[in-house]
Ligand binder design. Structure first.
Ligand code: CU
Length: 507
């Protein structure tokens, strides 16, 4: 054999080994990236139901709540003490509840050793009460926002919004539900006994690092932290005994980055009755509902006596390309919550055929349009700056916002203060799941949506509201912008002395 041939053969072997090693590594990463908890564990932990927050009523009729943010330990697994944060407890918070027309005040004390804030996600309220990064609460400090509930019945929620640290604060456990009622929701024949046939379902993914909550983003997870298991209301592998024919689930995706597609293994149809901001015009039958971080859906499921049925999250073929589906979580599946029906069920009235009219604008009276391009570098390519007002809108007007994601990865879009209507998705009439009032929408790569928003005030030219991607890692890294609501002809002012930096007190 010539020397030349020997060199060639050696080289060839080295290349072959390298190719096999790289291929093997890739195959290992590819298969390892697919997460599934389906059928892998029995669900034997009774589902925790967050208590309804106690409240008192002031002389002037204001309903007053108390929340304290604190650190603690939570035993998600027996014998494993996990450091966590919570409101009034060690993990998550109580469910606040108020009716349309009521004045509410929440006294919030920050018992943590770092600054945070509390944002009322989905709530229509003055900008100073919004709890965004301009309303920070120092360690040991208090903040007491107050407003009048002036929007339809809905499943809203509250969570911190400190710029650059929202992901960590939410993932450690700071989140809770805020349920609004109104005359219509009281009268309609919907399941409405909290914790009985009307269940809060706060879904989060998590991963343990020993006893601690892991928050590390794995290789190629460009959406943010993705856990290897889910919990509901802070309960791992939860089940719930139910004894009514119809069960209403108030689904809240309180995960920091993960999108779910909820349904049932037997493919049964359920009725979507409400989206983020409240009731649809009529119940919409479907067998899947997709929720990205921050979104809510109320669904009503019909139970059969004696059965056990799993609420499951299924793989999502609209999530992106094969790469994104595999490494970004779109291929993953989870058993989420087992419903165990009693041998005999209390009869439930049929769902009403009509739920009422939408209050969201249809866009026909829009006075202007705006464009938002979702990019990792920032919305419209500009990273968040707390001192810069990006958009100025006039109180009392309707606008149409066009939001586009061509960024190669999934994003979503959340607007503070308003509930909007989705007019179009890629030029088409939106699917039933997007026809109710929304404050957060999921935009996989290649999606353009047109949204109609009405800004009914009040005006405050110096205090901005936020719009942002609610994949919290993206938000923290700057995918956020600010808008102010002004009176006609008024100018926006520089946000007043509010840096949002930790260690800085803001009114
Ligand atoms: Cu994003």
């Amino acid at each position: 054999m010539s020397r030349f041939r020997r060199v060639l053969i050696t080289l060839g072997s080295v290349v072959t080994v390298l190719v096999l090693a790289v291929g093997g590594l890739f195959a290992w990463l590819w298969t390892g990236a697919d997460v599934s908890t389906v059928g892998k564990a029995s669900f034997d932990n009774a589902l925790a139901i967050p208590p309804l927050a106690e409240s008192s009523v002031d002389k002037d009729g204001t309903r007053v709540f108390d929340l304290r943010m604190r650190a603690g330990e939570t035993e998600f697994e027996d014998g494993l003490r996990t450091p966590t944060w919570g409101f009034n407890g060690s993990y998550l918070g109580p469910t606040l509840r108020a009716a349309r027309g009521e004045k509410v005040r929440v006294r919030i004390e920050n018992g943590l050793d770092e600054a945070s804030s509390v944002h009322w996600h989905g709530m229509h309220l003055p900008a100073r009460m919004d709890g965004g990064p301009h309303q920070m609460i120092e360690p040991g400090g208090t903040w007491t926002p107050h407003w009048t509930v002036d929007q339809p019945a809905a499943t809203l929620w509250y969570h911190p919004h400190p710029h650059g640290a929202t992901e960590r604060h939410v993932r450690r456990g700071l989140a809770g539900m805020f349920i609004l009622d109104d005359d219509r929701s009281e009268e309609l024949a919907l399941p409405k006994r909290y914790g009985v046939d009307d269940l809060p379902v706060i879904v989060q993914d998590m991963r343990f690092d020993g006893a601690r909550l892991d928050g590390e983003r794995r290789i190629m997870q460009n959406v943010g932290f993705l856990g290897d298991r889910t919990m509901v209301n802070g309960t791992l592998r939860p089940y719930r005994d139910v004894a009514d024919e119809l069960i209403r689930l108030r689904l809240l995706n309180a995960s920091t980055a993960r999108t779910y597609a909820f349904g049932f293994p037997d493919g049964r149809s359920f009725s979507l009755t409400a989206t983020d901001g409240g009731l649809l015009e009529r119940p919409a039958p479907m067998d899947r509902v997709q929720l990205s971080p921050g979104e809510r859906a109320e669904i009503v499921v019909r139970m059969r006596a004696g059965e056990r049925v799993m609420l499951r999250s299924f793989p999502q073929d609209n999530y992106g390309d094969g790469w994104q589906r595999r490494f970004g979580g779109g291929d993953d599946s989870f058993d989420v919550l087992e419903l165990r029906a009693a041998g005999e069920l209390r009869p439930s009235p049929d769902l009403p055929a009509a739920l009422g009219e939408l209050e969201t604008p249809d866009g026909t009276d829009a006075v202007r349009g705006r464009h938002f391009d979702l990019k990792r570098s920032g919305v419209n390519g500009r990273a968040m700056d707390l001192g810069r007002v990006d958009e100025t809108v006039t109180r009392g007007t309707t606008e149409v916002w066009t939001v586009r994601n061509g960024n190669g990865m999934p994003h979503n879009f959340h607007v503070h203060d308003v509930q909007f209507r989705v007019l179009e998705v890629n030029g088409e009439i939106p699917p039933a799941a997007l026809r109710g009032p929304k404050d957060t929408v999921f935009l996989p790569n290649g999606t353009t949506m047109r949204l109609a928003l009405r800004f009914s005030g009040p005006a405050d030219p110096a205090t901005p509201y936020m719009y942002h991607c609610h994949l919290l890692y993206h938000e923290d890294e700057g995918m956020m912008g600010q808008f102010v609501v002004v009176e006609k002809g008024q100018q926006a002012q520089a946000p007043s002395g509010q840096s949002g930096r930790p260690g800085h007190e803001h009114g």
